[in-house]
Write a protein that binds this ligand. Sequence first.
Ligand SMILES: O=C(O)[C@H](O)COP(=O)(O)O
Length: 248
Amino acid sequence: MKKIVLLRHGESAWNKENRFTGWTDVDLTEKGIEEANKAGVLLKENGFEFDKAYTSYLKRAVKTLNCVLDKLDQDWIPVEKTWRLNEKHYGDLQGLNKAETAAKYGDEQVLVWRRSYDVAPHALAEDDRRNPCFDPRYREVPNRELPRTESLKETIERIMPYWECIIFPNLMTADQLLIVAHGNSLRAIIKHLKHISDEEIVKLNLPTAVPYVFEFDDDLNLVNDYLLGDPEEIRKLMEAVANQGKKK
Ligand SMILES: O=C(O)[C@H](O)COP(=O)(O)O
């Protein structure tokens, strides 16, 4: 059975402070490092051996991947980083506290910004210093492709060329691939893999550092998928992520 494991990074400083993060490059907290190490141990205990790994240009994902590979004693495997696996760009919400934003605009509006398929938050102004076009790490990306905000739909559109041309074809020769990315960039991939409808995808909340395993037959048809860990604990973690966007 061929496998792709999707892993959201461990807790970041802005997860802890409950702030919209998007393309802001914040670090892992101590707890986030622990979560990442725990995910690595869990993958090892379950016998995973990856052929290759993919991650974003954001340090919370890169550092999570490094912790996982360390625990697997697989630091040596090829790793490819791409801006296309970055988090959904959260536009001018970036930096704002999610519960305070819900208190100001209402839980419903925040749910639309966080989880809807095709509604994006307001864009950053073009001259905002946080516009990715000012960040040297994106200099190889044509300006017209760099977002100043994104809906999930737009996130899917920028991930899919990389998924279709690079990651998925690799599964023809590789047996196990690991992708360490972000809550919404992974929701984009999961929506595609499981053909989740635009309405249903609103309900999917990914907890930090819980491995999500996708199994494929030799013809690369998806045959099974499951989260690794205690189902009740995972259910509570998912619920807590959903509640981050509600007023206190
Ligand atoms: O960018 C963020 O704020 C997080 O990575 C995901 O946040 P969300 O769960 O509010 O979409």
